[in-house]
Design a protein around this ligand. Sequence first.
Ligand code: ADP
Length: 396
Amino acid sequence: MTDILTLNAGSSSLKFGLFELDNPGAEPVAQILGEIDRIGNGPHMRARSAAGAVLSDAPLSSEDAADHACALERVLELIARARPGAAIDAVGHRIVHGGPDHAVPVRLTPEVLDALARLEPLAPLHQPHNLAGVRAALAAFPQAVQVACFDTAFHRHHPWVNDTFGLPRAYYDKGVRRYGFHGLSYDYIAGRLTQIAPHLHAGRVIVAHLGNGASMCGMIGGRSIASSMGFSALDGLPMGTRCGQLDPGVVLYLMQHEGMGADEIADLLYRRSGLLGVSGLSHDMRELEAAGTDPAYQAIGYFVFRIRRELGGLSAALGGLDALVFCGGIGENSVHIRQKVCEGMGWIGMELDELRNRRGETVISTDLSRVRVLVIPTDEEIVIARAARDMLGQIG
Ligand code: ADP
């Protein structure tokens, strides 16, 4: 029996999963899934067993989870308690940026870690935290195989026109490109489509990953053709606190006329914009849906409008559309957002079945709808666990 740990370190959170592998070719089976959030500032640990039993739902002291290394210690204590004897043979890490070169997961060596640290300027608000998680795990499990799984990797085969900006070529060569993110989620959805609707997997599919972070990806035959996110995790759809698509002239204006520096602008665009900024109320879709105030309606309206614009643009990039898949916390749970996105989309051949949508069925379009609309819960952790299993298999 082999145990695999998956880690997904965000700016103030550490999501984790413990998976068991029966034999080298088997599917990893989740045993424990959990998260510590608000690391360093009122941390809270939640974890449940695969069977749904609550293993932890309690605040931690700020010293107990002062940083990612401390948080990992708490995770290991929980695993030791819940599954005495678990021996971690491999650790899989979600890494936001793999740069232009990484199209597949890679084994983490000191050299790879150095190379990934050099990409920090490309994802300053995510990459350093991801790598903090890696360093903590390398210290805790020096013998284990450690694998990096990149959010950018799924998009590395974009056609050139979807990989570039209209800037002088030298910037492309320096790495200023449209990378695209949420690749682990898209990879999972592409895999699920091969199981539940192989004919759709072969066709033209748009996946809307709508969570706190949100993006959309157009695929043909399960490969990414275009993504709403570009150079950074800011572009495309408005998100919980990120602005989404923005005229770069706005950034120039903020610098030249509002006297804002780079750090202030980064804080504005990453942490104070999106649903939170437009509503002035909350980054959280559930709270906005419950609020019933004009600014909340406007924030939701803007979110939906941008999704519909991307839907049109990505459909053109794909040369038509066979299926739309919703996933992520909002995509999987919000009946209202799914309905608003699909409303009046008959022109593209899409017709929502309201009852199926309310029930949250897998297929929520009518039988007559030419474009199928699906809801597929995503699972980034299993994608990481499979990559760790494959790496264990490769190195014997
Ligand atoms: P992350 O990007 O942090 O993984 P999630 O995928 O968990 O985020 O999505 C979080 C978002 O999903 C929040 O805006 C939350 O309000 C929203 N959400 C979760 N459940 C519902 C629901 N039942 N109705 C509407 N929105 C929901």
